[in-house]
Design a protein around this ligand. Structure first.
Ligand code: FAD
Length: 614
């Protein structure tokens, strides 16, 4: 069984050296915490991930969820680690202590979550969904409902789900047909939901579903959707469990990956006896869902990054070990020594692709989570608005780019392993299969791209986008003459100008009534936006890393290139910082130029996508 290989060092770099998350402890909400506590959380999270969760990954895939006699069972090996996970308070690690949470900043929770997700995505689905549903109830349900349900969910005694999708309502959530008819103080729910993750399982005694449904006189579309809390088993006034609530599992899907996560068809009210409790007000369900979506979408982005990181680390370890071929410069010498494949330029290219994409998306995700924390605690209105704006703007990038590229990293990692990359002996092919779902659920990546151009760019009169450009311009201005890395900042400036050019074209087209043209280029635009943002973030990192590397070199008396190279081979910190600079250089020179190519494509104003006969 292959081990999960983490990247704690890079997570620590983002947390402390780039973001300086300790600053959050100056605010009252996080006043009881400090760096030592954060370090302890990471250490415990990593221990749990490696010792208890990672060993589940193979059984999750090979045994998977089973549907028999109308009920779902998960591999029996899940039971113990689930208990440990709940007892450790991990479901509510960044939730309000008043409701059973640990109250840590979400950026710290995210750091630990990368370990759990990389160790076994299928296992972590149930606690993650429970957290999302509990958070939604905590924010919008009545005190009575909160008192009855939320703490039991954060502590993992009861699990949770999000039930949106129906056969005719996938991307178009507004088309849900499930009905909710008022019956005294409660509602009778009738309908079928499909693809519901953790919709049924045997980890908990109860499952609390967050269900989108429509009341009889609700207006059509998303404005007529309400949110209901629907328990699998009814809960008595004293908190004990009562009778079954007429929620049944009709089947589970047989999938490409995350086989240890049950993807269920759920039937509500087949016997006319399913009770739901209204959360908040009627017809506001979609507003509540939207408010929770940033968190859930960033969470799915993290899945892309976590599996990419795990796959890259496997590929790196394999490439250092696997001996094959000779140095290209000695190709004609049959007696030349055989080398490890990490010495071959093409393998190095694939590895650097994985390293730079993983580090870029990790930093993008953690920065966005940090902004979410900051927006919650700062007393400064301008700072709050700025931070909240970045969360809105970056969420589609986090979700889409991290999952799109995360999958690609897994595929490249398979390639590094050659034949074994395709075989189950190594976990990389499973990482690839498990990671594919990230681009599909929680709003497909195509829907994210439409969200970026249709909602986020114009939000608050275009202020989010203008702030982004202003901050980026200020960064470029401040760093383009930097001695060692200034040339890369100039590459970023050129890509930023190209992105801004496309934004202008989209705006002109939209204002002249042509909505189709921008939409047909929405996905390439999202990728360009992500690559400009990731390059900016990697440059921020590289500037910090280069300075630290220079300090180490000065301290150790390494001044010429050979001495510096030797130092980076024997000194772990020097090696890490040098690697960090390399990640930026690779991303900026080999990935960022895609922005220029996509811009050229938009500027042709070609409409084949719209006109082609298919
Ligand atoms: C393993 C798994 C777990 C899931 N878990 C959950 C869950 O827990 N809860 C839940 O409610 N749902 C869940 N889903 C459902 C998931 O969110 C949907 O599959 C997803 O939203 C896409 O909907 P769809 O499958 O109907 O595809 P469709 O909406 O039919 O989309 C098919 C393609 O068309 C594109 N498309 C559709 N409409 C538009 C449009 N208007 N503009 C541009 N492109 C469009 C999409 O981007 C996609 O590429 C899960 C699905 C899977 C496979």
């Amino acid at each position: 069984m292959a081990e999960y290989i983490d990247d704690l060092r890079d997570i620590q770099f983002v947390l402390y050296e780039q973001l300086g998350v300790e600053k959050l402890c100056e605010f009252e909400k996080y006043g009881e915490f400090n760096k030592e506590v954060f370090d302890m959380v990471l250490e415990q999270g990593l221990k749990l991930a490696k010792e208890e969760i990672a060993p589940l990954n193979e059984v999750a895939d090979r045994v998977g969820a089973k549907f028999e006699a109308g009920a779902v069972s998960l591999p029996k090996e899940f039971q113990g680690p689930y208990k440990t996970y709940c007892e450790g308070g991990w479901i509510g690690v960044s939730s309000d202590p008043e409701w059973g949470g640990q109250g840590l900043p979400s950026v710290v929770g995210m750091a630990a979550s990368e370990f759990f997700t990389g160790a076994c995505l299928a296992f972590i689905m149930t606690p993650s969904l429970t957290h999302g549903a509990a958070e939604m109830f905590e924010a919008f349900a009545s005190d009575e409902l909160k008192n009855q349900y939320v703490e039991k969910m954060y502590t993992g005694q009861w699990a949770g789900t999000m039930c949106l999708t129906e056969p005719q309502a996938g991307s178009m959530v507004g088309d849900v047909k499930t009905t909710a008819v008022k019956d005294g103080d409660v509602y009778k729910i009738t309908g079928t939901k499909i693809f519901i993750s953790s919709g049924d399982h045997d980890l908990t005694e109860n499952i609390i579903h967050g269900v989108l449904a429509r009341t009889p006189d609700a207006p059509p579309g998303i404005k007529g959707i309400s949110l209901f809390l629907v328990p699998k088993v009814r809960v008595n006034a004293d908190g004990s469990l009562g009778e079954s609530n007429d929620v049944t599992c009709g089947n589970i899907e047989h999938k490409m990956g995350i086989n240890g996560s049950a993807t269920c068809t759920l039937n509500f009210g087949d016997e006319g006896n399913c009770i739901g409790y209204l959360v908040g007000e009627e017809n506001k369900g979609i507003v509540y869902m939207f408010q929770m979506m940033n968190g859930a979408r960033i969470g799915v982005g993290l899945q892309g990054c976590a599996l990419a990181s795990a796959a890259y680390q496997q590929a790196l370890a394999y490439a250092k070990d696997r001996i094959q071929g000779v140095d290209i410069r000695s190709m004609k010498d049959p007696n030349a020594p055989r080398v490890a494949i990490i010495d071959h330029p093409d393998v190095r290219r694939m590895l650097l692709f994985g390293k730079s994409v993983t580090e870029a998306t990790r930093a993008l995700l953690m920065k966005t989570a940090y902004y979410a924390d900051l927006a919650e605690v700062t007393q400064d209105d301008a700072e709050r608005e700025n931070a909240a704006g970045y969360v809105d703007l970056f969420t589609p990038l986090c979700k889409s780019y991290s999952t799109e590229m995360g999958f690609e990293v897994c595929i490249q990692a398979m390639q590094v392993l050659g034949g074994y990359g395709y075989c189950q002996e190594y976990p990389v092919e499973q990482y690839a299969r498990d990671s594919k779902i990230g681009s599909i659920y929680e709003g497909t990546n195509g829907i994210q791209a439409m969200d970026l151009i249709g909602r986020k760019l114009g939000m608050k009169g275009g202020m989010l986008y203008m702030n982004f450009l202003n901050d980026l311009n200020a960064f470029i201005e401040a760093n383009q003459s930097e001695e060692k890395l200034g040339q890369y900042v100039k590459e970023l400036a050129a890509a930023k100008d190209a992105l801004a050019e496309v934004s202008e074209i989209f705006m002109t087209k939209s204002m002249s009534g042509d909505a189709l043209f921008p939409v047909s280029y929405a996905m390439p635009y999202l990728n360009s936006f992500s690559e400009v943002t990731c390059s900016w973030i990697l440059l921020e990192q590289a500037l910090i890393a280069q300075k630290k590397l220079d300090e180490i070199c000065a301290d150790k008396g390494a001044s010429d290139p050979e001495a510096i190279k030797a130092l980076t081979e024997e000194n772990d910190e020097a090696k890490y910082y040098a690697g960090k600079v390399s990640s930026m250089k690779f991303f900026v020179t080999q990935i960022l130029p895609n922005v220029l190519a996509r811009t050229a494509s938009v500027k042709t104003e070609d409409t084949t996508v719209l006109d082609a006969v298919l």
